[in-house]
Design a protein around this ligand. Sequence first.
Ligand SMILES: Cc1cc2nc3c(=O)[nH]c(=O)nc-3n(C[C@H](O)[C@H](O)[C@H](O)COP(=O)(O)OP(=O)(O)OC[C@H]3O[C@@H](n4cnc5c(N)ncnc54)[C@H](O)[C@@H]3O)c2cc1C
Ligand code: FES
Length: 294
Amino acid sequence: MSTEPRSSEPREQYTSSALRVGDVDASPERPVGEFIGTVVSNDWVNDEYKHLVLKVHEHALRAYAGQMFHLLCPSPDGAEVWMRRPMSVYRVDKDKGQIEFLYKVEGRGTRGMATLAPGDDFNIAGPLGSGFKLEPDWKNIVVLGRGVGLATLAPLSQLAAEHGVGVTAILSARNPGVVMSKELFEGLGARTITVVDTDGSSAVENVEKIIEGLIAEGKADAFFTCGSNRLLKLMQRLGKKHGIPGQVAVEQIMVCGFGACYVCVRTFEVDGKRVLRRVCRDGPVFNMQEAVGW
Ligand SMILES: Cc1cc2nc3c(=O)[nH]c(=O)nc-3n(C[C@H](O)[C@H](O)[C@H](O)COP(=O)(O)OP(=O)(O)OC[C@H]3O[C@@H](n4cnc5c(N)ncnc54)[C@H](O)[C@@H]3O)c2cc1C
Ligand code: FES
């Protein structure tokens, strides 16, 4: 046994210590890491949602659409905040070395997150899970999301743009004030259609008409959805009717975030049989036709 005194600096002893920007990565082959990012900005986008921009170690920039990070949120009130919070990647800006999150300020974790100011440290673990995938023969996709689901779907615009795939994004919201991600989709060349509860345009019958129109135009090689059971059911039905494949991003309460605790298990239906899958590790993105609604 070594008689050398051990350093009191934890970062010298643990190769798994969180990486800051510029740190040497002792395990670059690891898919997942723990990072301490620096807050660039954390601004309100409307009454309910904030947009966090974080400068991170380059290892964290491997995240792709549909993957998530597990966030160690600061306390909003001085008392402990137990467990990390799962959050989809909203955008990865490789040129600036930044990762972005779009989040709804809800409970203690996200209220703590809302207190972050430029220059603050923020500890994130990831990227976790299996995200969206595009098949080579898909030339045009339809993205349909509601509420916070739009934060999860938004990076699909980036993925599709990189692959030369056309996107029509149907953005559903309670009212025009809380429609999100429109600029991000449009900035990357997507066509957007906004539907809201206040004028009734978000009704399932109307959204169905819009999607049927896109199918008739040949603009729907695949479907993507997140954030609404009603809209998932609609896309499943239209997918079955027209033989269009699809993917859904699923949300579930998580503890570990990497497959060990089984807290996030949900039921799926595969070839007529009910199977259990972990949302954090087997997903959060799944074959749309195998998802059982909630
Ligand atoms: C894969 C995935 C991606 C997500 N992406 C986003 C996103 O991009 N933007 C966003 O605003 N929200 C997202 N969420 C939801 C986000 O995780 C919850 O809003 C957040 O955990 C709430 O924490 P809280 O402490 O503020 O709320 P509280 O209600 O106080 O949380 C209490 C506990 O419940 C859990 N919890 C509460 N709501 C949810 C939920 N909807 N999903 C999972 N766990 C929940 C929390 O993690 C915590 O352990 C995502 C969830 C999952 C599973
Ligand atoms: S959160 Fe632990 S297995 Fe998914």
